[in-house]
Design a protein around this ligand. Structure first.
Ligand code: SF4
Length: 389
C-alpha cells in the first residue's frame, strides 16, 4: 500500500526539488501535496498565526504552485480558520469570501483545507471544482462526524489528533468514510487539552493580524507549562512514530500529514523529517521529528525513538486501551520510567518550569487593568474612554 503525505510548504523551489527526489527514490511513500497560505494582503485566517509563517503574496504563491505541479506535487490552500467573525452570515461577508476564493482559484490551486462546515457549503456552492479537505480543526473524532463531512461532499478528512491511538475508532471511521482519511503524525499537542478550541480561535484571529504579544503567547505558555510539568506528558502526546506507520496501514490508513509550519519558518528541515517517515525508521530524538529538527525553544528533551519500541502495542491490541483517566492508569508514566533516561528529561523539565514561572503571565496582564470605584458602582455607564491603559 502506498502512503501519501501532505506537508507544510516553505515555498522554496529547492525544497520542492528535494521532495521530488525523495518521491523518485521511494516507491512506497510519496509527498502528494504541500500546504499553506498567503500572509500578504490576507483577509481570512488559517490554523497558524501570520507571524509564524513565511511572508507570501498571491503572485509568489501562483509561481510556487506552478513550479510544484510541474514536479508532480500539488498544493493545498489552508482556508481553515475556526472562526471568521460571522462574516459568512452577512451578504457583505459572503461577497468578500467569494471574491477571496476566486482569487485563490485563479492561481491554479485545486484543493482547499477548510474547518467550518458553513464555509465548505459556501465554497461548494461556487462550483469551482475545488477538492475540499476537512481540517483537523473540524475535530472529527468519530464516525458520525466523519459522515457529516462526507455528506458535505468533502474529498478527504483530517482526523482530530486526539484519537491517533484509538485504532478501533480509526478503523470504524476509515470503513465508513472511505480511503481518504488523513492522520497528523507529528502532533505536538498536550493530551486532551482543554485549550484546544480556544487556542484555534485565537490563532484564527492572529493568522490575519496578530492582536498583541499577550494573545500570541497566552496559549503557547500554557502549553509549555503543562507539557513540562510531568515527564509522563511526553508519552501522552499523540505522536505516530515512523516505525508505527505499518500499524495504521493494517487498518487501511494510507494518508498522513506533517504539521510544523512555524518550525519551517525558523530552521526546520522538512525534507529530513519526511525521509524518516518514508524509511519508517528513525534512530534519534523523537522530538526532532515533532519539531522538524528545529530548536523551537531552548528546552529540548531527548526521547530516544528506538526505546519506544512496543509502546503502541497495547493501544493496537486492546479496544479503547486509553481510558483518558491517567491518574488511574499510569501506563504512559510507567513506560517512560522503565525505558527512557528519566533523569535528563526531568532536568530539562525543571529548567523549563523555572523559566516559564518567571515569564509575565496573563494574571499579571489583567491585574494591570483596573476599573475605578465609580465605574464599578455605575456599571451601566462605563465609557470606554475612561479606561487608562
Ligand atoms: S489513560 Fe493511560 S494510556 Fe491513556 S494517556 Fe493516560 S496513562 Fe496513557
Amino acid at each position: 500500500m502506498i502512503k501519501y503525505y501532505s506537508i507544510p510548504a516553505d515555498f522554496s523551489k529547492n525544497t520542492i526539488d528535494s521532495l521530488a527526489l525523495l518521491n523518485s527514490k521511494y516507491s512506497t511513500s510519496q509527498v502528494i501535496e504541500t500546504y499553506g497560505n498567503i500572509t500578504v494582503d490576507n483577509i481570512f485566517g488559517s490554523g497558524r498565526s501570520c507571524c509564524q509563517l513565511p511572508g507570501l503574496d498571491i503572485d509568489s504563491l501562483k509561481k510556487y504552485v506552478e513550479y510544484s505541479r510541474n514536479k508532480g506535487i500539488e498544493f493545498n490552500y489552508t482556508f481553515n480558520a475556526s472562526f471568521v467573525q460571522n462574516q459568512e452570515f452577512t451578504k457583505k461577508g459572503v461577497y468578500k469570501i467569494k471574491e477571496f476564493i476566486y482569487k485563490i482559484h485563479k492561481t491554479g490551486i485545486k484543493s482547499l483545507t477548510i474547518a467550518l462546515p458553513q464555509l465548505i457549503e459556501l465554497v461548494n456552492s461556487m462550483q469551482l471544482g475545488f477538492k475540499i479537505k476537512a481540517s483537523a480543526i473540524s475535530s472529527i473524532d468519530n464516525v458520525n462526524k466523519a459522515l457529516a463531512y462526507k455528506w458535505l461532499n468533502v474529498d478527504k478528512i483530517v482526523i482530530c489528533e486526539l484519537i491517533n491511538r484509538d485504532f478501533h475508532e480509526l478503523r470504524n471511521i476509515r470503513e465508513a468514510f472511505g480511503e481518504k482519511v488523513e492522520l497528523i503524525v507529528n502532533t505536538p499537542c498536550y493530551k486532551d487539552c482543554s485549550y484546544r478550541m480556544p487556542h484555534y480561535n485565537q490563532i484564527s484571529c492572529d493568522s490575519v493580524n496578530v492582536t498583541n504579544d499577550v494573545s500570541f503567547t497566552y496559549f503557547e505558555h500554557k502549553c509549555m507549562i503543562r507539557r513540562y510539568s510531568d515527564i509522563a506528558n511526553w508519552m501522552k502526546i499523540n505522536f505516530i512514530r515512523p516505525e508505527d506507520i505499518k500499524l495504521y496501514e493494517k487498518i487501511g490508513i494510507q494518508h498522513f500529514k506533517l504539521q510544523g509550519r512555524q518550525a519551517i519558518l525558523k530552521d526546520g528541515d522538512i525534507v529530513r523529517t519526511v525521509e524518516a517517515y518514508f524509511q519508517e525508521n528513525f534512530d534519534g530524538n523523537l522530538i526532532d521529528l515533532i519539531n522538524l529538527f528545529s530548536k523551537l525553544n531552548p528546552f529540548h528533551v531527548n526521547i530516544d525513538n528506538k526505546k519506544l519500541e512496543g509502546f503502541i502495542e497495547p493501544f493496537f491490541k486492546n479496544q479503547s486501551f486509553c481510558k483518558h483517566n491517567c491518574n488511574k492508569c499510569n501506563y504512559c508514566r510507567n513506560f517512560i520510567l522503565k525505558n527512557l533516561d528519566v533523569e535528563s528529561i526531568q532536568t530539562v523539565c525543571d529548567m523549563a518550569q523555572q523559566y516559564y514561572q518567571n515569564v509575565k503571565t496573563y494574571a499579571d496582564f489583567i491585574s494591570e487593568v483596573n476599573v475605578s470605584d465609580a465605574q464599578r458602582i455605575s456599571v451601566n455607564n462605563i465609557d470606554a474612554e475612561d479606561f487608562k491603559f
